[in-house]
Design a protein around this ligand. Structure first.
Ligand SMILES: NC(=O)C1=CN([C@@H]2O[C@H](COP(=O)(O)OP(=O)(O)OC[C@H]3O[C@@H](n4cnc5c(N)ncnc54)[C@H](OP(=O)(O)O)[C@@H]3O)[C@@H](O)[C@H]2O)C=CC1
Ligand SMILES: O=C(CO)[C@H](O)[C@H](O)COP(=O)(O)O
Length: 477
């Protein structure tokens, strides 16, 4: 069969809001002829009118026109709202496509939806490639971090295109085939969960320096600027300095003081925690970050309890350095938990995810990009089955070196009445992992007492039950 590719577009994007339009421009700028479509034609027209000179665009008014404009196998990236809108677009495209064609969902879809869609489209001979894309507006245009799932066969066609438009670090693309079906969207979800934890820790650092340390936002901005080198160097630390240093034009106040202090969320952090609960993985830092956002939004309860009666506390002279150490150590814990969750899901769903490769593609383009991801990559390269990042020699000693300062920070925060759920839960997680014995033994005893739930012993195999209501002899369960 002759499949004429002459004049046809290499790839398409449908959904041309913030992310889709910039992704289409990125593709065009990299020399890919890109077909573009949006439910309402106005966005398509605007894109081509404003940016048509950046490369070759093929505007399409309908999905049928879009599909007809493509080389085969056809590849359509959808960048629309997750959930119902994505289903509607997928259904429409699938009806127009032929076996071997590919639908790439670049939105923040739930990985379970991706698994369902992939299975359904496979029946029809189509490839469905759930793909995490991170980097926001700027990343989509200049190089995001890309986390494609789906079949290995689809990656043969898509990989070169996605790698070309992704961010590069040390010449390496921030894009790799994550694994089959929903693996890409799962990893993107955990990326966002870590993003929540990272931001919560940064927010706690700011709050402590301001409320316990008495520092003004502009000075704290300078502190973050200093911190944005070495192990803490990261996009989020960099932009924290920008936001804290900004002054509101209308009032002359620090910008952070005129923003309503109620953090919103679209759902990926919550999904991460929900799925961690299913997998039995303690992602305490991410959970605290999600709940801290929820708490911030409980305006009624907060106004009922607001009080300024906390007594002044002695703040150590080392506060700034201590907070830096606590931020780093807690951040290591958050990443350790996120990678633990990816490892568990990879086993559960048989995805065979390379954790070192995930650290590699998060080094650039994405919101959590950070220099210390190089260390995480090295840790997994050295020991692919590392039980926890905290067990890696480098991270173990880095956290050990930080632990005294970390404890001072949590103690100071508690004494000063400054909430630090991120710092304190990360420290509790670390202390729990280090404890030779945990009080879980007592919990098992209690469970056996009230519900005959049985327990295991440290000195012999098997399950046991104590006859608590009788003579307290122990029997095999
Ligand atoms: N914004 C960001 O920083 C990031 C976003 N994402 C994800 O990327 C995706 C796109 O995000 P973003 O660019 O912000 O845009 P939005 O999530 O705001 O979605 C808007 C787009 O969805 C289209 N759309 C909505 N409903 C339908 C429908 N029923 N049928 C067809 N099209 C529909 C809109 O078309 P119309 O113009 O006709 O209304 C528009 O093109 C989302 O899944 C988002 O979660 C991922 C990473 C970062
Ligand atoms: O996907 C992203 C980056 O990778 C978005 O920035 C993320 O969706 C923001 O989430 P939320 O609105 O819940 O804070």
């Amino acid at each position: 069969m002759v499949n004429s590719t002459e004049g046809k577009a290499r790839i398409a994007v449908t959904g041309l809001a913030t992310m889709g339009s910039n992704l289409a421009r990125n593709l065009a700028r990299h020399g890919f002829k890109v077909a573009v479509h949006n439910r309402s034609y106005a966005r398509t027209k605007a894109l081509v009118e404003q940016h048509g000179h950046e490369g070759e665009f093929v505007p399409a008014e309908t999905a049928a026109e879009l599909v007809a404009s493509l080389q085969r196998p056809r590849q359509v990236i959808i960048m629309v709202k997750a959930g119902g809108p994505a289903d509607a677009v997928i259904d429409e495209l699938a009806d127009l496509m032929e076996p071997g064609d590919m639908i790439i969902d670049g939105g923040n879809a739930h990985f379970a939806d991706t698994r369902r869609r992939e299975a359904a489209l496979k029946e029809r001979g189509l490839h469905f490639v759930g793909t995490g894309i991170s980097g926001g507006e700027e990343g989509a245009l200049n190089g995001p971090s890309i986390m494609p799932g789906g079949s290995a066969e689809s990656y043969k066609h898509l990989g070169p295109v996605l790698e070309a438009i992704s961010a590069k670090v040390d010449g390496e693309p921030c894009c790799v085939h994550v694994g089959p079906d929903g693996a890409g969207h799962f990893v993107k979800m955990v990326h966002n969960g870590i993003e929540y934890a990272d931001m919560q820790l940064i927010a706690e650092s700011y709050d402590l320096l301001r409320r316990a340390g008495g520092m003004e936002p502009a000075r704290i901005a300078d502190v973050f600027r200093t911190w944005n080198s070495g192990d803490l160097e990261s996009y989020l630390v960099e932009i924290t300095a920008e936001v804290l240093g900004h002054v509101d034009a209308a009032t002359g106040k620090p910008f952070v003081d005129v923003i309503a202090d109620q953090a919103e969320q679209k759902g990926t952090g919550r999904w991460t925690v929900q799925e961690a609960l299913e997998l039995g993985i303690p992602v305490t830092g991410i959970a605290e970050a999600v709940f801290a956002r929820s708490l911030s939004a409980r305006v009624d309860q907060r106004s009922a309890l607001t009080s300024t009666s906390d007594a002044p506390v002695q703040v150590p002279d080392t506060l700034v350095d201590d907070v830096r150490a606590a931020l780093y150590a807690s951040k290591v814990v958050a990443y350790a938990q996120g990678f633990d969750q990816i490892r568990a899901a990879s086993e559960q769903y048989d995805w065979d995810i390379d954790l070192g490769a995930m650290a590699t593609i998060w080094r650039g383009g994405c919101i959590i990009r950070a220099v210390f991801l190089n260390r995480i990559r090295e840790a997994y390269e050295k020991t692919p089955d590392l039980p926890s990042l905290l067990a890696d020699d480098y991270f173990r000693s880095a956290v050990e070196n930080a632990v005294d300062a970390w404890r001072r920070v949590v103690t100071t925060a508690v004494a000063a009445g400054v909430p630090v759920p991120g710092f304190s839960s990360a420290l509790a997680y670390y202390d729990a992992l280090r404890s030779e014995r945990l009080p879980a033994a007592l919990i098992q005893g209690l469970r056996d007492f009230f519900g005959a739930h049985t327990y295991r012993r440290v000195d012999k195999d098997g399950a046991f039950h104590t006859l608590w209501g009788a003579d307290r002899t122990e029997i095999d369960a």
